[in-house]
Design a protein around this ligand. Structure first.
Ligand SMILES: [Zn+2]
Length: 134
């Protein structure tokens, strides 16, 4: 396993595009990150996903809807039921290892060696109060 590098926020709000950083309000960039996702102990899924990124907070903001979509397609092909609450985004891997894994050339050991875990996993709630006027 590598040294922790990025912070992470799994954005579960479909309507929320995170064009500004959830943490510091700076404009975010779009950047692709190869994500390391644990479906269960023996099932690692890697996904090269376009995320929002804040360089100031070193924060990756990934949309849960997008991850759900890709994983459900993958699992459907394998005949496995998809549970959207039962996976864990653990970190990132480098693109070289991502492509090797995608071609079936990287073992789980190799993936775990390459895993760069998140420093902090943040959670933000969007409060309904913000949408209403008194
Ligand atoms: Zn920020």
């Amino acid at each position: 396993m590598q040294k922790p590098k990025y912070n992470f926020f799994l954005n579960k709000y479909s309507f929320y595009g995170a064009t500004k950083c959830t943490s510091c309000d700076t404009k975010t960039n779009v950047r692709k990150f190869p994500l390391f996702i644990s479906l269960d102990k023996n099932n690692i899924y890697t996904l090269n996903l376009s995320c929002k990124f804040c360089t100031r907070c070193n924060l990756i903001i990934a949309k849960k809807d997008n991850i759900d979509k890709y994983i459900s397609i993958e699992l459907e092909q394998k005949g496995i039921a998809f549970d959207p609450d039962n996976y864990f985004v653990m970190g990132t891997i480098d693109s070289k290892t991502f492509w090797r894994h995608n071609k079936g050339n990287a073992s789980s050991d190799e993936l775990f060696d390459n895993l760069t875990p998140f420093k902090k996993v943040l959670d933000f709630e969007i409060r309904q109060a913000g949408w209403y006027k008194d």
